[in-house]
Design a binder for this molecule. Sequence first.
Ligand code: HEM
Length: 400
Amino acid sequence: MATIDTAESEYDPFEDFDRSVGIGVDDDPYPGFARMRASTPMFEPDPTARPRLFHAYSLDAVKRVFSDNATFSSEDAYTVGPVLGRTILEMDEPEHRSHRALVQQAFSRRVMEQWETDIVPPIVDGYIDRFADRGSAELMHELTFPFPVDVVARLIGLPRADVPQFHRWAVELISFRFDQERGLAASASLWDYLAGILAERRAAPADDFLSVLAQVEHDGERLTDDEIISFLRLLLPAGAETTYRGSSNTLFGLLTHPDQLDAVRADPALYPQAIEEALRWEAPLQFVRRRATVDTEVVGVPVPAGSIIACYMGSANHDERYWNEPDEFDIFRAPRPHVAFATGPHMCLGMHLARMETRVALARLFARLPNLRLDDSVAPSPKMSGDLMRSPSSLPVRFG
Ligand code: HEM
């Protein structure tokens, strides 16, 4: 049995965690994005910088870069190397394709359906239980922040007693942009801990995601222990932090638009379109990078080999050539694909899980908390912010 150090710590990471991704920094980047799309959709902020750096702002530019993984490489595109090691995010073809074919077997439709009924609702209900009798809550601290980490813990099949420590490591790992030393230490501890759990599953497979990863096979290939542990560790920033922000953004959109909130409350069939609109409106992850492998062009702008391209999904999702009044939150707009999950070979592997988790959170909140509404007696009122990642500052609510 793998053991962990459960010593209590005074560290409260919530604020550091948000500060590390620029929450409270850039409240409204969208007017600036609109100006850039109109003038220079491939913008070079400092033409003397080497390697050259371009910002892709329009939907056409962002999709062009995402769709061609040979011309636009993911290698070295992430700055999370020190804490995460090399992951699927940084692989190019053909290595990426075969690795993805292996890990995606753990996200099968059958497994997802089981999570939707057996795993996610009890986790969400467990958090709502803690404030359901109070008549008020702050949904980010009390629900959307913790529950996706619990989901990852349950997927991996961690013993319940280990979950608090897993939470702490998760947050410290994700906060490495703010506190490198703490992030590296958490990353190393997580590695050792997960290696122990993996050894147990190799010896005695259970009915969980980790046991599936330990056994999957594609073209005679299997995942090594290092690849599995690295993938599990990636699920914290890639799966838990993004879902925290994505579900918070959906709730913020609805709570600040009471007519749409009423519509969704009256008709749960509207949950999926509310979730898609929130992802488009406020992409949880605002940009990711690629590197040009050859001399090329993007929307007519020459891009020399070696250049870095920051693809702004947050801007591309507001491209007025594709969406009317793009800065408005409108769950009734005509659906069309956004790029909050990227597109092309690296398109988010966990998008169906993220949507399902958010759907379950909305369903349980609206079913259990009648007349759920924003608590406008709390000051300052919540607002969206962030440059790398977007989410509200808080979600104070009243109900009953
Ligand atoms: C609202 C929530 C989420 C958002 C906005 C999101 C966004 C993204 C984006 C933009 C990428 C592409 C990165 C790139 O091209 O460089 C990505 C990849 C990925 N995501 Fe998500 N994600 C979310 C939830 C999840 C969840 C719940 C999981 C799993 C538990 C997950 C696992 C992954 C993995 C493994 C990749 C790498 C795929 C590859 O490189 O082939 N994500 N995600």
